[in-house]
Design a binder for this molecule. Sequence first.
Ligand code: 13P
Length: 255
Amino acid sequence: MDKKYRNALIAGNWKMNKLASEVPDFVEELASVADLGKGVDSALCVPFPLIPAMKEATDGTWIKVGAQDVSSHDKGAYTGEVSAAMLADLGVDYCIIGHSERRAYHAESDQLVNEKLKALLGAGITPIMCCGESLEQRDAGVTLTFVESQIKGGLAGVSPEEMKKVVIAYEPIWAIGTGRTATAEQAQEVCGYIRKVLAGLYGEELAKGVQILYGGSMNGKNAAELLAQPDIDGGLIGGASLKMEFADIIGAANE
Ligand code: 13P
């Protein structure tokens, strides 16, 4: 359908897993599947201390490097935080923001996600902004209105030019790490709705070009069906990105 307007993006989210010493072998094996990089954008979003090793290992390959969070502040007395400029200085291309685990365990609000998004755009890093409902919200029938509020809150004050550099990831919380994937229909319904919300904010043409990913127990077996949906342009992969199964998912996006 409208997929001719956008590349697929398969991004791994390693969460708090692996050590820097494990990076070179993993990347060497993944990158050896040379064909994978052809038609798909691919990235591995890793913990901050693993970024230098990941940059070194992926140098000259088709694999881009991402982070999993960023400070909303530019610099100063914010102990433990990492700024967008620091990430850009390391050569980071992508950064996940608003992941449900950060919203749940670190009380991140849409407003904070919005500030982080602007910090990343200012540093030339592509934000991957996550949204998604809980099981209670799905059962209560408020999925679409809730996701719409997250999208609008996260994108407040973002200009059309800036929006062209933003990636959205729909990750239903009940599907994350549970092995319970959303059906292709469920995932498409919400991703299609997100594109409608973006069209309302920025116009149809711009919305057509935005990469919208699905995340939540995506794996080598179910990726092809999810990626075949008209508004699912890629995946944000947790558990399966820690294994060579990640290559199968990139392969499915290539087809
Ligand atoms: P899983 O693929 O392990 O369900 O994790 C999804 C996710 O949270 C990616 O950000």
